[in-house]
Design a protein around this ligand. Structure first.
Ligand SMILES: Cc1cc2nc3c(=O)[nH]c(=O)nc-3n(C[C@H](O)[C@H](O)[C@H](O)COP(=O)(O)OP(=O)(O)OC[C@H]3O[C@@H](n4cnc5c(N)ncnc54)[C@H](O)[C@@H]3O)c2cc1C
Length: 482
């Protein structure tokens, strides 16, 4: 139970309607898009302005409580779960697009703006927001910036950090800082670069200036169908090696294709071993040549068929299949543990095989649907949490999958972030000196250690200082239904 004085102070700052503390209200904020972790915050607040977020930060600091920013809660690494209790700051009411400047190709937005809504509002100007996570119908621009989200079209256009020009940040002591500016590449230390991808551990972003990207003159979308995973993987390497950077180059393997087709009816060939969803965009003349090259390369590497989307409706259907893939896998099993490892493209096939071998050893189903162009694997371990012991098996298998990515010369996250789930694995990538430098950087922004504590870097002495809220780390009971 939160202290009555805490609630009184928050009520005075925000109004009682926007201070949630009853158990049935808090339940909605116990988890994010990852299935494995769950914890109850003491309070959830829903501020409407930078000033209100700053007021909440001052109150939190006075009470020594952690602050956990929350966008749409679609994160896949447990980043917005309040595992140390404290105050969850939902940015849901800060959802306005403040301005769009078509000349400068920029927009100023509040953090709670849903990704796809920004592109919809920019469309009349022939512009869009390029980072397009598959969660874009619900995830927020603030969450995208905090996680440095990627998406299918980030292969060509770059991940979120390449599209953020400026941010307003509330620090844990309630002060407000402006980072970056509306002109690109602000001089001085790149503090904005440090904040993008910091997963809410440095401060709470309350406003963003982002780049908008011109819509391409022409787009070509293909579905290349394969009888083997090897053919699809070698096509990926061959396309990039030929000097072609598609706007998107996605791969779906085996059971995932059938699940997508049954769920979305997008025109995917149920039963194929693998498919590549390839999109080229750019100038009309240039694409004609590239299209021929890509089709030839796919055939040379074993594609049995290459279908070309005939019109925008077919294109949209193919993308609906890819973007609905995670949800479609609920047809196979109700729970998932998704990994986000990256491997060099030349190692795709080797690591894909390992994902199948590891999953089989742990008696789990694995489905691979991923951003193949940049080697960003998303092995989706599927299971039913009601099965006794399955949670521990999924965690162990997930860890082995990431070790396989690192052993192949890759890394443990391409876009979902580290959050809670992978926090204890970050030491595989960084040594003690690196982690100490991370802690120093963090302390510059958050001397009190209250901003999303114990995420991103392993628990250390700074974490021990954080008061553990009673009942905050409510472990998931074996066999519980999430
Ligand atoms: C079906 C599905 C598909 C997905 N596809 C992709 C994909 O293709 N690419 C990809 O990169 N990710 C993907 N994700 C993961 C997720 O959608 C992204 O990480 C997204 O950027 C999270 O946004 P959110 O608004 O939901 O943030 P949340 O989940 O609420 O928060 C994510 C992290 O950001 C912090 N945070 C949120 N808002 C702020 C803020 N204003 N200030 C400071 N910190 C903040 C939180 O504390 C947390 O650490 C997918 C998720 C799902 C469920």
């Amino acid at each position: 139970m939160p202290k009555p004085t805490l609630i009184t102070e928050l009520n005075a700052a925000l109004g009682p309607r926007y201070v949630l503390h009853r158990p049935e209200e808090l339940m909605l904020y116990e988890y994010d898009g990852s299935a494995l972790d769950q914890a109850t915050p003491e309070v959830v607040v829903v501020p409407s302005s930078t000033a209100e977020v700053a007021a909440v930060a001052r109150i939190a600091q006075a009470h020594g409580l952690p602050l956990v920013a929350r966008g749409a809660g679609t994160g896949l690494a447990g980043g917005s779960i309040a595992d140390r209790g404290g105050i969850v700051v939902s940015l849901a009411r800060m959802d306005r697009i403040l301005s769009i400047n078509p000349q400068e190709r920029t927009a100023v937005v509040q953090p709670g703006v849903v990704n796809v809504e920004l592109s919809e509002r920019a469309a009349p100007f022939g512009l869009h927001f390029a980072p397009d996570p598959s969660s874009q119908k619900s995830s927020t621009v603030g969450g995208n910036a905090a996680a440095n989200a990627g998406g299918p079209h980030c292969l060509k256009y770059g991940v979120t950090t390449n599209h953020v020009l400026a941010a307003t940040l509330v620090l844990s002591d309630g002060s407000v800082v402006q980072l970056g500016g509306s002109a690109p590449d602000a001089p001085g230390y790149d503090l904005l670069g440090a904040v993008v991808g910091s997963e809410g551990t440095l401060g709470i972003v309350t406003e963003l200036t982002v780049r908008l990207t011109a819509n391409p003159e022409d787009v070509r979308t293909f579905l290349a169908i394969y009888d083997t995973m090897d053919g699809a993987s070698s096509s990926v390497a061959a396309i990039i090696a030929a000097g072609i950077i598609p706007a998107a180059l996605e791969m779906l393997v085996g059971r995932g294709i059938t699940a997508v087709e049954e769920s979305v009816r997008a025109g995917y060939p149920a039963g194929a071993a693998a498919v590549l969803l390839i999109e080229l965009d750019g100038l009309h003349e240039e694409l004609q040549v590239q299209q021929e090259q890509v089709v030839a390369l796919c055939r040379e590497h074993g594609a049995s068929e290459v279908r070309v989307a005939a019109d925008p409706v077919q294109r949209a259907k193919l993308w609906a299949g890819r973007k609905g893939a995670l949800a479609a896998c609920a047809r196979i099993a109700p729970h998932y543990h998704i990994q986000d490892g990256v491997v060099p493209r030349s190692k795709l096939i080797e690591v894909l095989r390992q994902t199948e071998e590891i999953a089989a050893r742990y008696h789990l189903i694995v489905v691979n649907i991923f951003h193949a162009g940049d080697g960003n694997l998303h092995p989706l371990l599927l299971f039913d949490m009601r099965e006794p012991g399955v949670r521990a098996r999924a965690i162990a298998a997930g860890e082995e999958l990431l070790r396989a990515c690192v052993a192949a010369g890759g890394t443990i996250s391409g876009e979902h972030g580290i959050g809670l789930e992978k926090r204890d694995y970050i030491g595989w990538m960084f040594n003690a000196d690196d982690l100490s430098a991370f802690a120093d950087l963090r302390a510059v922004f958050d001397g009190a250690g209250l901003m999303n504590p114990c995420k991103l870097v392993p628990s250390g002495s700074s974490c021990a200082d954080i008061r553990m809220a009673k009942g905050a780390q409510r472990a998931l009971a074996a066999g519980a239904w999430v």
